[in-house]
Write a protein that binds this ligand. Structure first.
Ligand code: GLN
Length: 285
């Protein structure tokens, strides 16, 4: 097979398996197998594959056909222009979540202490530290802490910290349980899917993202209630709380923040025009 034949065969197979973007995934898996870029592929699509590479590629295609996410095959996902290591122990970083990171970056200032709850792969915290320093919104006086209840997730986060040589630290904690002190900014993309909806998610998410990272319990709002209430003891005066939310949770989350005395409560939409973040500020009085 040559490269373009391989992509064609892969696309057909994945299409039959019900993979949403079969052609893109077939091409990406081919590029991954061959260790080539998209441009290299485009420049020489008739290049013949060695038999060995062909076998490796077809095995990836078979696995993807079983709806294993592309990112679990490559072990990589890009977020905010940085490449992160991922595994089945962490939620695969979503492009939608870049909105949370972008808005947090806008509010970030040198010297701020930042806490990321439910950090997972660490992608939000690490991109905040890296890009914050690049954009002079942070310096070496900032403190960046990420916490997660999952020790397995924190191992992935530690690998990402090393990969990007990020000046961040991670703590194993069930929300605020093992955390002390107050922060200028608390961020979280907590689990927010209603338990009864999880069965309806696409197969890649339902079967391969960790359920711990998805399940927001009966009404999907469990973690917002907990964090909004308990963050009051962990925010400095005028400190900021930044959430990612589900598309139908803006009202509930803004209400919870209002009732808990937060001010400057704003919501933001993602590229699809869906409500995706809620932010607010808390004064200790
Ligand atoms: N956005 C994720 C999804 O599409 C859910 C992430 C979360 O619960 N924090 O499944």
């Amino acid at each position: 097979m040559n490269l373009s034949e391989a992509v064609r065969a892969g696309t057909e197979y994945l299409g039959r398996a019900g993979v949403a973007d079969a052609q893109t995934d077939a091409r990406l898996l081919l590029e991954w197998t061959m260790g080539i870029t998209r441009t290299e592929y485009a420049l020489d699509p008739l290049r013949v594959m060695e038999a060995e590479k062909e076998q490796v590629y077809l095995e990836y295609i078979r696995k993807r056909g079983r709806r294993i996410p592309l990112q679990h095959l490559t072990g990589e996902q890009e977020f905010m222009g940085l490449s992160f290591h991922v595994s089945p122990d962490v939620l695969i970083p979503r492009q939608d979540t870049e909105l949370l990171a972008e808005e947090a970056l806008k509010a970030l200032k040198p010297g701020m202490d930042v806490l990321d709850l439910c950090t997972g792969s660490g992608c939000i915290l690490i991109s905040l530290e890296r890009l914050g320093k690049e954009r002079k919104a942070a310096d070496e006086t900032n403190i960046f802490i990420g916490s997660d209840v999952s020790r397995a997730a924190l191992k992935v986060a530690e690998r990402n910290k090393a990969r990007h040589q990020a000046d961040v630290s991670f703590a194993e904690s069930d929300l605020f349980e093992n955390l002390e002190g107050r922060y200028d900014m608390i961020l979280s993309n907590p689990p927010y899917i209603r338990t009864d909806v999880i069965g309806e998610l696409e197969e890649e998410v339902r079967r391969y993202d960790p359920i711990l990272a998805l399940d927001g319990r009966e009404d999907g709002l469990y973690f917002y209630r907990e964090i909004i209430c308990r963050a009051k003891a962990h925010l400095k005066n005028g400190g900021l709380l930044f959430f990612e939310i589900g598309y139908d949770q803006r009202e509930a989350v803004t209400d919870l923040m209002r009732k808990n005395g937060y001010r400057e409560i704003h919501a933001g939409k993602d590229l699809a025009g869906l409500d995706r973040i809620v932010t607010g500020r808390y004064d200790i009085s």
